[in-house]
Design a protein around this ligand. Structure first.
Ligand SMILES: Nc1nc2c(c(=O)[nH]1)N=C([C@H](O)[C@H](O)COP(=O)(O)OP(=O)(O)OP(=O)(O)O)CN2
Length: 361
């Protein structure tokens, strides 16, 4: 199956603003400040040459530099997240931009797609207990345990020429009654959540909100910091994330590029899988099983020199993601996307499933 490769990059900036486009009395009409993060996802074709995600991260950082420690209203008349994303997109001036996003806090942001759509998201957290009643004896999730769950509500809407797609506060207001039910609860005790897997929790939240939020496009549930599930009303997609530490040398980098010499990174790899729900277990694929099936490959890359691995003489993120795909597809047939970050600011997403790339990433 052919795959689509995206370069992913992000760049932070600190800035002050006030947003007059919001209704009278809204707190963001007052002068305030944010630690912003700009994010971009750019489609990369073989004809584009080497897939240099660090180059993209550098270009994005240079593009947002005029916004750093600035009063944004001097630069963008109405500095909503949507307008900041437009401003950055126009100056980045790159072909193949699939999404350009701004998060004004770690809890909220918006991504603009190439078709003029706005994808608004807001992150929430609740602390709860649960156990999974149908797992085999001895499975750790069969015991009563708990998590600091995180949920992202995603809303997709056409933006047109508007300054603002949807106020994040609207998502927060709709979430509030669910938070009251879920926070400090035992999920198994809630009606409809007798088997509270991430998948069934995401579907439960979807069923509760879709009627009052027609723009709802995905619900994301982070069960732990490293694993979670997306649900869009039809499809379940899960991910499992792992970190690894490795060295490499990019012998084909341009003359003078320090990456021609030995260097290293703390990598993050995120494996995404799309599969139908197992109606007995209430999940798609067990996160623990994904980790176990990845383990033999993980042992080859963690605390190793990547360019010494058989079949991987250039260990740039795109080549490494492809290398992992070739070695994982037999063990994990539901795998349909691999995200690989060499730093928090730069990486790739290799996607070959029928569904578009789901956030995060
Ligand atoms: N597809 C699903 N798989 C699993 C679910 C689930 O809801 N859907 N739930 C669990 C457990 O509840 C467990 O607490 C979380 O799983 P896991 O990522 O395996 O937990 P760890 O944090 O312990 O993982 P490590 O990476 O090994 O630290 C299991 N599977």
């Amino acid at each position: 199956m052919s795959a689509t490769l995206y370069r992913l990059a992000s760049a932070p900036f600190e800035a002050a603003c006030h947003v007059g486009a919001l209704p009278e009395g809204h707190r963001a009409r007052r002068l305030h400040g944010h630690s912003y993060l700009a994010r971009v996802r750019v489609r990369h074709a073989a004809a584009d040459g080497p897939c240099d995600c660090a180059g993209l991260a550098g270009r994005l950082a240079a593009t947002v530099a005029p916004l750093d420690y600035a009063y944004l209203n001097d630069i963008v008349a109405e500095p909503t997240d949507e307008n900041l994303a437009r401003w950055i997109g126009a100056r980045l001036d790159l072909p193949g931009v699939a999404a350009l996003g701004i998060q004004s806090t770690p809890l909220a942001g918006v991504d603009l797609d190439a078709g003029g759509g706005a994808h608004v998201w807001r992150r929430f957290r609740f602390e709860a207990a649960h156990r999974l009643p149908h797992v085999p004896p001895g499975h750790p999730c069969g015991r009563m345990h708990g998590h600091g769950f995180e949920v992202i509500l995603h809303a997709q809407t056409a933006l047109g020429t508007r300054d603002l797609a949807l106020d994040h506060d609207h998502l927060a207001a709709l979430w509030a009654p669910l938070h009251a039910e879920l926070h400090h609860a035992c999920l198994n005790d809630l009606p409809g959540l007798a088997n509270p897997t991430s998948e069934l929790l995401a579907a439960w939240i979807w069923a509760r909100l879709k009627g009052v939020l027609p723009e709802l496009s995905w619900v994301t549930v982070y069960e732990t910091v490293s694993a979670g599930c997306h649900y869009d009303g039809h499809h379940y997609r899960i991910w499992k994330e792992q970190r690894f530490e490795a060295a490499l040398q990019l012998t084909r980098a341009a003359a003078g590029d320090p990456r021609r010499g030995l260097h290293g990174h703390s990598y993050v790899v995120r494996l995404h899988l799309a599969a139908p729900l197992d109606t007995v277990m209430g999940w798609t694929v067990d996160y623990g099983e994904v980790k176990a099936l990845f383990a033999p490959l993980y042992q080859q890359i963690d605390h190793h020199r990547l360019d010494a691995l058989p079949g991987l003489d250039q260990a740039d993120p795109a080549s490494l993601a492809q290398w992992l795909r070739e070695r994982l597809h037999a063990a994990l047939p539901a795998l349909d996307r691999i995200d690989l970050f060499e730093t928090p600011a730069c990486g790739v997403a290799l996607c070959w499933g029928g569904l578009g790339p789901a956030l995060p990433g």
